[in-house]
Write a new protein. Sequence first.
Length: 95
Amino acid sequence: MAESELHRKGNEIRRQLLGDKYVERVNATTYQDPIMRTFIDVATENVFGALWARPGLDLKTRTLVCVVSDAAAGDRSSRDVVDDGAADGEPGREM
């Protein structure tokens, strides 16, 4: 996939949110599967590049909105990301 501006921005946001260790681990393992590579590229460009990189809210506020909405819906996935980040000394530390 040719890297668009949205994909480049998405990569930056993805690293900020998930941490370098996580992104490197996924790139070295999951990214090797062609189907997962396509999924990650689409998510990187559309979710992180188009949605998370748009102006209006800083990353802390966007993250807090996601954590609160997940908690209200009974979804623990945001907590898992925060817990994983805390173990790496990355995003969870801020929360």
